[in-house]
Ligand binder design. Structure first.
Ligand code: PLP
Length: 457
C-alpha cells in the first residue's frame, strides 16, 4: 500500500510523510468513514467542508444514478439542460430578489476564478475598462487556479507558483483575536476594531486608485485565515465602501453556504449581501463536483446583447452545469431544507464550542475557541496574555490532529490551529464524542509542550 500511495500526490501533503502512514478511505456511512485497513473515523471535516449530509446517503446516490441513466453530459457549449435550469431556479428562490443569474461550474476554484473574470468583464462592458485590480485579504484561500491563487493570501501557497498574475492587492485580515496594532487591541470594542480595519481598506483603495479596482473578494468567515469572524460592522462597512467606490463585492461562500455556519448563507448571518456570490462544496453534499457563481441583475445586464456585440461571458468548463451534478445538487438542497440542517448546525455548533471551551479550561495552550454553526476553530498560544504563538517547529496543531486520528477523528490542522466542520447531520451524542476525542488528544500533547519564554496562564 505504501508503495502505491507514493505514486500519487495528496493535496497539500508532503508525500514522504504521508506514504509512511497513509490514510486510504474506502467507504462511509453517516458521519463516519472507513479506511482500507477497516478502521473507522469520524469525518470531522466533512471531507473538506462538503459532506454536510454525511456519507452513504441513498437519496443522493439514487438521484445521481437516475440522472446517469437519463442524460450524463449535455453539450455544454451548445446547450443547457433541464436539471441545470431547475437548480438555477432553486438557488434563486433561496436568495434575495436582487440576484438574477447563476452560472454553474464544477468546483470552488472555477467559481472564484470566474467570479473575478465576470467582475473584470463587467467593468470593461460598462465603460470602466481601467478597473482590473482585485482586492482580497492576507491569509485567505480562494482556490488553486491562477487568479484564485493570486487572490489567496498565504505566502506558502503562493510562493512556489510565482510570478502570479498581476493586479492583485492584499488587505489586512480583519482578525479580532490577532490584530496588527500595538495597543491592547482586544480591549477595543468590535465597532472600533471594525472601523480601524475599514480605515486600512479605504486607504488601500485610495492609494491604489479607486478607478483601477474591479472587485473585492472575501469569505464572510475566513476559514483559512484561522476561522476568522470579522468584527461586527466590518462586512457592512466593506459593502458601503464598495458601493461608494464603484467596486464589485464578491463573497466566496464556497465553505460557508448551505447551512455550515448555522444559516443557509453566511451573508444572511451578517445581513450583508454581495454583488457576486460563489457557492460550492455543501451544495452537492460532496456527492458530485458542483459550484456556482450567482450575480445580481445589475452585474448580469452588460452580458446581454446581440451576438455581434460579443458581450457574452467568454469562458466555460466542460463539466460546468453537468446534469448529473445538478441532479445531485437538487437532491442535496432538498434534503438540507427538509431536515432543517442550517438550524440544526447552529444548535450543534453551540454545543461543540461549549465542549471545546471546557477542554480549553484545563489547557492554557488553547488561546481561543471560535466559530459559527459547525465551522469551529481552536487556536493555540504559547501565552494567553500576549497571545504569542509557539514556534512553527513545535507543530502543536499537527500533533493534536495525529493524536485525534489515532483515536478515530479526522480534522484539519496547521501548526497553530485546529479546524472542525463535521457533517451537519450529527447528533448531540456525536458532538460529545468529538469533544471527548479532541480533549484526549490535547491531554496527550499539550502538557508536554516546552514552556514559552515569559509565558503566563
Ligand atoms: C473558501 C474557499 N474558496 C475556494 C475553494 C476552492 O474550491 P475547490 O477546492 O473546490 O476548487 C476552497 C477550497 O477549499 C475554499 O475553501
Amino acid at each position: 500500500m505504501q508503495e502505491r500511495v507514493a505514486r500519487t500526490m495528496v493535496d497539500f501533503a508532503q508525500m514522504k510523510a504521508f506514504a509512511e502512514d497513509p490514510l486510504v478511505l474506502t467507504s462511509g456511512a453517516g458521519i463516519r468513514v472507513t479506511d482500507v485497513e477497516g478502521r473507522t473515523y469520524i469525518d470531522g471535516l466533512s471531507g473538506t467542508f462538503c459532506a454536510s449530509l454525511g456519507h452513504g446517503d441513498a437519496r443522493l446516490a439514487d438521484a445521481g444514478a437516475a440522472q446517469l441513466h437519463r442524460l450524463a453530459m449535455a453539450a455544454p457549449t451548445m446547450a443547457t439542460n433541464d436539471r441545470a435550469l431547475e437548480l438555477v431556479e432553486t438557488l434563486l428562490g433561496m436568495l434575495p430578489d436582487r440576484y438574477a443569474v447563476v452560472k454553474l461550474f464544477s468546483g470552488g476554484s472555477e467559481a472564484t476564478e470566474n467570479a473575478m473574470k465576470i467582475a473584470r468583464q463587467y467593468h470593461k462592458q460598462t465603460g470602466q475598462a481601467g478597473r482590473y485590480k482585485i482586492l482580497s485579504h492576507y491569509r485567505s484561500y480562494h482556490g488553486g487556479t491562477g487568479n484564485a491563487v493570486a487572490a489567496g493570501g498565504w505566502p506558502a501557497w503562493r510562493a512556489p507558483y510565482e510570478p502570479l498574475a498581476g493586479g492583485f492587492v492584499h488587505l489586512h485580515t480583519p482578525d479580532p483575536y490577532r490584530p496588527p496594532f500595538d495597543a491592547a487591541p482586544w480591549a477595543m470594542t468590535p465597532d472600533r476594531l471594525a472601523a480601524t480595519y475599514l480605515r486600512l481598506v479605504e486607504e488601500a483603495i485610495e492609494l491604489e486608485g479607486p478607478g483601477t479596482i474591479a472587485a473585492l473578494i472575501t469569505e464572510p468567515i475566513l476559514m483559512s485565515a484561522g476561522v476568522v469572524i470579522p468584527p461586527d460592522g466590518y462586512l457592512p462597512g466593506l459593502r458601503e465602501l464598495c458601493d461608494r467606490y464603484g467596486i464589485l463585492l464578491i463573497f466566496d461562500e464556497i465553505i460557508t453556504a448551505f447551512g455550515r455556519v448555522g444559516t443557509t448563507f453566511a451573508s444572511e448571518l451578517f445581513a450583508t449581501w454581495p454583488d457576486i456570490m460563489c457557492l460550492g462544496k455543501g451544495m452537492s453534499g460532496g456527492y458530485a463536483p458542483l459550484s456556482a457563481v450567482v450575480m445580481t441583475a445589475d452585474v448580469a445586464r452588460p452580458f446581454w446583447g446581440d451576438p455581434r456585440d460579443l458581450v457574452q461571458f467568454h469562458s466555460g468548463h466542460t463539466y460546468g452545469a453537468n446534469p448529473v451534478a445538478c441532479a445531485i445538487g437538487l437532491a442535496a438542497i432538498a434534503e438540507l431544507r427538509e431536515k432543517g440542517l442550517a438550524k440544526r448546525a447552529a444548535a450543534r455548533g453551540e454545543r461543540l464550542q461549549a465542549g471545546l471551551a471546557a477542554v480549553a479550561e484545563r489547557h492554557p495552550a488553547i488561546g481561543d475557541v471560535r466559530g459559527r454553526g459547525l465551522l469551529v476553530g481552536v487556536e493555540f498560544v504559547a501565552d494567553r496574555g500576549s497571545r504569542a504563538r509557539f514556534p512553527a517547529t513545535v507543530d502543536i496543531g499537527v500533533r493534536v490532529r495525529d493524536e485525534a486520528r489515532k483515536r478515530g477523528l479526522l480534522l484539519r490542522a496547521s501548526h497553530w490551529m485546529l479546524v472542525l466542520a463535521p457533517p451537519l447531520i450529527l447528533t448531540d451524542a456525536e458532538v460529545d464524542e468529538i469533544v471527548s476525542i479532541v480533549g484526549d488528544a490535547c491531554d496527550a500533547v499539550l502538557p508536554g509542550l516546552p514552556a514559552a519564554p515569559g509565558a503566563g496562564a
